[in-house]
Design a protein. Structure first.
Length: 413
């Protein structure tokens, strides 16, 4: 394909005459299609995607920050969905969303869900709670000392501990300390506001300072570990599901009967029946403590990879609940993510391709006010998760799941 033809097709995409996924139908060469799609998205998003296109990196930029014993880069195909319409408390408007995945049909699945959500007015989303936690464990000589520490000393010493913790960072703000006694051991769940950072390391450093203050001022208190699994980091836990860790986010939409039938060939009753019996009865039967959803992890892992989040935190970030209701002939759908742990500064968010991915959504770096970019990212993720959930439930209701994976997710070799 010559350059003039490429430029013309890019213009058609920007004008909305050709969608991103339709480029493959217009261009024979797959490499040309990737180039055209990337260049069109650069114009649509108003940002450069040079690093994503080249998949190269200056290794001096990650030394001492992101990895050790580096031997090169692992490339993961990165696609885009959207734009998705979002009516959020922090993000309002439309945005494309980058997804890094090796699972065929995932991007197409989310795209179809987005289409239905947009046709029904968009996703409404709110942040219910925000706070990164660290949960140290202390041991005492007896339960008498543990009780005196928990009920007497700790409540009147909060201000002293807050000053010690917040002295380690200009962004971290201590919100609360929740104690739990087990025998002669006391677990403390420190919760912090961490601005636009995901904040796990910030919370750790701050909590270490507070723990030193405890040992210095309460005779007999001994820190066993700054992380006693009461945080709870990179593990499924009921404490995260009930009290939140990171962002607690709810996204919802009402999908009209007309849209359900035209996009999915499904009815509200069919979809609700699948959600109730699969996500609720099925998950309960399997003994799932916090995973009452179809596949939150798919969307979250793909966005985490693309944007430089801590991949291991997909474990708790993908806990959550999909709720549906039949409203006349329409379908109410919502997703609740109680412990979505994301940031737009720190960690892998500073790598070249990850910075560009964040730029697509206009959430790169620190926000104004502090913390607003991370909040926007959380709302975008929750809305994207809902799109993926909606499509999968509809595909199951109409028995299309296997056909989609045969068409898009299996090797033809």
């Amino acid at each position: 394909m010559n350059n003039d033809d490429k430029e013309e097709l890019i213009k058609r995409v920007v004008r909305g005459e050709v969608s991103l996924h339709q480029i493959d139908n217009e261009v024979r060469d797959a490499n040309d299609a990737v180039e055209i799609r990337r260049r069109a998205l650069e114009k649509l998003a108003g940002t450069s995607l040079q690093s994503i296109g080249s998949a190269e990196i200056d290794y001096s930029a990650i030394k001492g920050k992101n990895a050790e014993n580096v031997i090169g880069m692992t490339s993961v195909p990165t696609g885009s969905v959207g734009p998705i319409k979002i009516n959020g408390g922090f993000f309002s408007g439309e945005t494309f969303v980058p997804l890094a995945t090796t699972e065929g049909a995932l991007i197409a699945s989310i795209s179809r869900g987005i289409k239905a959500i947009n046709l029904s007015g968009g996703s409404t989303v709110r942040i219910i709670e925000d706070g990164m936690t660290r949960g140290p464990v202390f041991t005492f000589n007896s339960v008498v000392d543990a009780e005196r520490f928990t009920n007497e000393w700790l409540p009147r010493s909060f201000e002293k501990l807050r000053q010690a913790a917040e002295g380690t960072s200009k962004h971290g703000k201590l919100k609360s300390i929740k104690p739990t006694v087990r025998g002669n051991n006391v677990f403390l769940r420190f919760k912090y506001k961490t601005g636009d950072a995901m904040g796990m390391n910030m919370a750790t450093v701050a909590t270490e300072a507070a723990c030193s203050c405890i040992e210095e001022n309460f005779k007999g208190a001994r820190l066993v570990a700054v992380s006693g699994n009461f945080c709870s980091d990179k593990k499924q836990s009921l404490v995260n599901a009930l009290e939140g860790r990171g962002k607690t986010v709810v996204a919802e939409a009402v999908i009209t009967d007309e849209v359900l039938r035209s996009v999915f060939k499904a009815t509200a009753e069919q979809v609700h029946d699948v959600n109730y019996k699969k996500n609720w009865i099925g998950s309960a039967t399997a003994g799932s403590p916090t995973q009452f959803n179809a596949h939150f992890a798919n969307s979250i892992a793909a966005i985490f990879l693309a944007t430089g989040q801590d991949i291991a935190q997909v474990v708790e970030s993908s806990s959550g609940y999909t709720i549906t209701e039949v409203r006349g002939k329409d379908l109410y759908v919502s997703v609740t993510l109680p412990s979505l742990e994301v940031g737009t500064v720190g960690g892998g968010t500073g790598l070249p391709t990850q910075r560009e991915a964040l730029s697509i959504m206009k959430v790169r770096g620190g926000g104004d006010p502090d913390g607003s970019n991370a909040m926007k990212l959380a709302e975008i993720i929750a809305s994207t998760v809902m799109a993926g959930e909606l499509n999968l439930l509809c595909a199951l209701a109409t028995r299309e799941l296997g056909k989609a994976h045969q068409k898009l997710g299996r090797s033809k070799v």
